[in-house]
Design a protein. Structure first.
Length: 384
């Protein structure tokens, strides 16, 4: 009765079962937090209501690419980063998941392939399945910092490859694409007529560089760059994102026309949200100051505690909200995560959730409230 594309194993994984089996009232130190609205950041509720109320929505005026004032606000966001973006090259979406859907549908026939980094975010597998696209992985390697294994990436290209995803910075590694890596990506993609698909939702959360490289407006290869308010302004509930199309005109123009037709078919983005988007973008600086300050404090606390536990280390992080711990690989990461939950009341993600190929890695969120983070890390490290 059901399509093969939805033939997933929908049973809870072992870690989820272990979390659900904990006795009621048992304290849990959650070091997996990813929802910025649930970890104690301040939001101006009155300003939120004003932004929604002032949004012009009484008259319906469908625009496949999105209302022009909203697209101009996104272009202004890039201008503040000293990047020139035309509103005409932007298409608004309800989230980056929808943006991925538009891109996959534009590039791929059923069974075509997209290259995706590993480690990386597990959502890609489901997005690809829904669009009848196959994923092929290329590795990020760690040697005093993360980098793309370009030899492996080129070996992964087949006649059915249509694009290469880069997450800038990567989730969860926190690795930014360096200028030399962007140059290599452009050369590979332009030579093989592949598209670059750049997910830059964490771009603003750099910890080492004030102005890390972005692929927005990249002109050397057909490039789809996406971001949105979920991370930039800490507003995942608003469901507002965008897709920026750039590259050689011979590819950019037809790509834009095709994506616009897909968008016109759905006209999915809420007009009220589009009207409020310029105001929501203005909030980003206040939210980002709060979040980056917490990430830095938690990172400093993590390093302080790690200094007394030599069997555990953390990998270098350049941006984003997560840290990767390298721990003794005495058992599978999933077994270790379950044991930490059962014995210590600490909830962390095992590395294999993010496609780490070997054991000995745990992923922790750096946006958890400071007192929860400090206590959770102390309990975690006490297990070694």
């Amino acid at each position: 009765m059901f399509a093969d594309r939805t033939n997933w194993d929908l049973q809870p994984n072992r870690l989820s079962k272990a979390l659900a089996a904990l006795p009621a009232g048992r304290p849990v130190f959650d070091l997996t937090a990813s929802n910025p609205t649930a970890v104690g950041f301040h939001y101006d509720e009155r300003a939120f209501r004003r932004a929604i109320r002032s949004s012009a929505f009484r008259r319906y005026k469908p625009e496949p690419r999105g209302l022009l004032p909203a697209r101009r606000a996104v272009a202004a966001y890039y201008a503040a980063r000293k990047m020139k973006v035309s509103p005409g090259d932007l298409i608004l979406t309800t989230g980056t998941s929808e943006a991925y859907s538009f891109v996959f549908r534009t590039l791929c026939n059923p069974g075509d392939e997209i290259l995706v980094p590993a480690p990386s975010y597990p959502l890609f597998s489901y997005l690809a399945d829904i669009q009848d696209v196959r994923l092929a992985r290329y590795p990020l390697v760690y040697d005093h910092g993360w980098q793309i294994d370009f030899h492996a990436l080129e070996q992964a290209v087949t006649p059915r490859t249509r694009g290469v995803i880069v997450v800038n910075p990567n989730n969860p590694t926190g690795h930014f694409c360096k200028p030399a890596e962007i140059k290599n990506l452009n050369e590979i993609c332009s030579a093989r007529r592949l598209a670059l698909i750049a997910d830059e939702v964490f771009l603003d959360f750099a910890l080492q560089s004030k102005n890390p490289p972005s692929l927005a407006g990249n002109s050397e290869a057909l490039t789809f760059t996406m971001s949105g308010l979920s991370k930039i302004s800490g507003l995942p509930q608003v469901k507002a994102a965008w897709l920026l199309i750039s590259g050689p005109e011979q590819w950019k123009a037809p790509a834009g026309a095709r994506v616009e037709m897909i968008s016109d078919t759905f006209l999915s983005m809420n007009a009220i949200v589009q009207g409020a988007l310029p105001e929501f973008l203005k909030w980003r600086r206040g939210f980002q100051r709060q979040l980056v300050a917490r990430v830095r404090k938690n990172l400093a606390e993590l390093d302080r505690q790690l200094s007394t536990q030599p069997s555990c280390t953390r990998l270098e992080i350049e941006g984003g909200w997560y840290a990767i711990l390298r721990v003794p690989a005495t058992r599978s990461d999933e077994d270790l995560a379950i044991e930490l939950l059962a014995r210590k009341g600490v909830y962390v993600h095992p590395g294999h959730f993010y496609d780490f190929q070997t054991d000995g890695y745990l992923v922790v969120s750096l946006i958890a409230p400071e007192h929860i983070f400090a206590k959770g890390i102390k309990l975690l490290l006490s297990a070694f």
